[in-house]
Ligand binder design. Structure first.
Ligand SMILES: NC(=O)c1ccc[n+]([C@@H]2O[C@H](COP(=O)([O-])OP(=O)(O)OC[C@H]3O[C@@H](n4cnc5c(N)ncnc54)[C@H](O)[C@@H]3O)[C@@H](O)[C@H]2O)c1
Ligand SMILES: O=C(O)C(=O)C[C@@H](O)[C@H](O)[C@H](O)COP(=O)(O)O
Ligand SMILES: [Zn+2]
Length: 357
């Protein structure tokens, strides 16, 4: 399969996103790493599958490795401190590189360690989940969670390259593939009605991981994200649209102590809540929320709030969202498929109403 390339146009910090099969072992990405020290951060599911080919590509460098237990519950300040200690052990100098091999948890944490070590060193993203390929590896949002909220401690720090070896998706558990599809749907929902329709026509191809369909979904998603990031790197405006479904979704993840819903699943539910709230406020036709629900359900994603969440507690958690201004919510709602907007001043009662339904 040919290699597709998308560029994130950030002037002197521009970088490529390469998408294709066999890229990890091919090793061209490793040849571009200049300094001597490289710390590879991965997790205990991914490392046995892909670390050997990554380390082989990095032969000649002085290598360290940090293998974390998998899952969102490990995206913590404690694990972040471990990453910094691993860099110290390696005696990494300012020309060192951190390589993130794994999903969004590893990528967010490794990127944050790279942002902080000696006030910022290079890092390369080697995403191995669909979600990381289409979203988390691109754009330089790095962070860890607190018990009080998602991604509350972090930095904007762009990678120097993103290498999405789509062959790695062969080993991804089906639930994780579906979670990644939620973020793919997001790009159609917020700004590309034609892509949304393409997704509706290609559900089976995507769920069965047909290489051409996966490559098209990854490339289209990355083109959207790269464009938004190039225009608004630090979320002063338009970038907030990438947060569609996230104010609700992050509250659900936090309330579930990061152990019940996957990020993509929480985002799926959150997008539906945002679509229903938009309809309730008269901003969008209710049929569009129903169409979104049908697509998410066909992708095997949850479409209802799990039991046991108190709406008032969710609203409390939502207020700590990074888009809030002086404690007041700003939500990403839509006028319909392909047309998301930033909306402030929504009444608490309207939010509580959709959370209670
Ligand atoms: N920085 C951003 O812009 C951004 C964007 C979206 C999501 N995120 C963050 O990303 C995280 C979610 O990322 P995720 O969905 O990739 O989850 P994840 O990193 O937890 O990976 C999912 C699971 O799949 C396993 N895995 C990964 N690749 C595999 C492979 N190829 N084969 C077999 N198993 C594999 C992992 O070990 C893990 O158990 C969340 O913390 C979310 O907040 C960040
Ligand atoms: O890149 C962005 O900007 C996004 O909002 C992408 C989201 O999918 C992602 O989950 C991100 O980590 C959320 O950011 P946050 O600022 O709400 O923590
Ligand atoms: Zn997300």
């Amino acid at each position: 399969m040919s290699v597709r390339e998308v560029r994130v146009a950030l002037g002197a910090r521009a970088y490529p996103i390469r998408i294709g099969g066999g890229l990890l072992a091919a090793g061209d990405w490793a040849a571009e790493i200049r300094g001597r020290h490289v710390l590879v951060i991965s997790d205990a599911n991914v490392a046995p599958l892909y670390l050997a080919r990554v380390e082989a590509a990095l032969a000649g460098h002085t290598l360290g490795r940090l293998i974390l237990p998998p899952g969102e519950r490990e995206k913590t300040l404690q694990r972040f401190a471990q990453a910094l200690e691993a860099l110290a052990e390696l005696r990494a100098s300012r020309d060192a590189t951190v390589v993130a091999l794994g999903g969004g948890v590893v990528g967010d944490l490794a990127g944050f360690a790279a942002a902080c070590w000696m006030r910022g060193i290079a890092f390369v993203q080697l995403p191995t989940t669909l979600l990381a390929m289409v979203d988390s590896s691109v754009g330089g949002k790095t962070a860890v969670d607190l018990p009080q909220g998602k991604n509350l401690v972090g930095a904007f720090h762009q990678p120097s390259a993103v290498i999405a070896d789509t062959d790695t998706l062969a080993t991804l558990p089906p639930r994780e593939l579906r979670a990644g599809l939620a973020e793919v749907v997001k790009y159609g929902a917020i700004g590309d009605a034609a892509f949304f329709a393409w997704l509706e026509a290609n559900v089976d191809a995507l769920l069965s991981r047909e290489p051409a369909a996966i490559a098209h979904a990854v490339e289209t998603s990355c083109r959207h994200k790269a464009g938004v990031v190039a225009r608004d790197e630090t979320e002063q405006g338009e970038r907030a649209l990438l947060n569609f479904g996230h104010t609700f979704g992050h509250a659900l993840e936090t309330d579930g102590e990061y152990g019940s819903l996957l990020h993509g699943e929480a985002v799926a539910i959150g997008m539906l809540l945002a679509a229903r709230l938009s309809a309730a406020l008269g901003l969008a036709p209710p049929q569009d929320a129903e169409r979104l629900q049908r697509l998410l359900v066909r992708f095997g994603l949850p479409a209802v709030m799990p039991a046991g969440h108190d709406p008032a507690q969710l609203l409390h958690l939502m207020r700590l969202d990074k888009k809030s201004v002086s404690g007041a919510l700003r939500l990403i709602l839509w006028h319909g498929i392909g047309d998301a907007r930033i909306v402030a001043g929504v009444a608490d009662d309207a939010v509580l109403d959709v959370l209670s339904r």
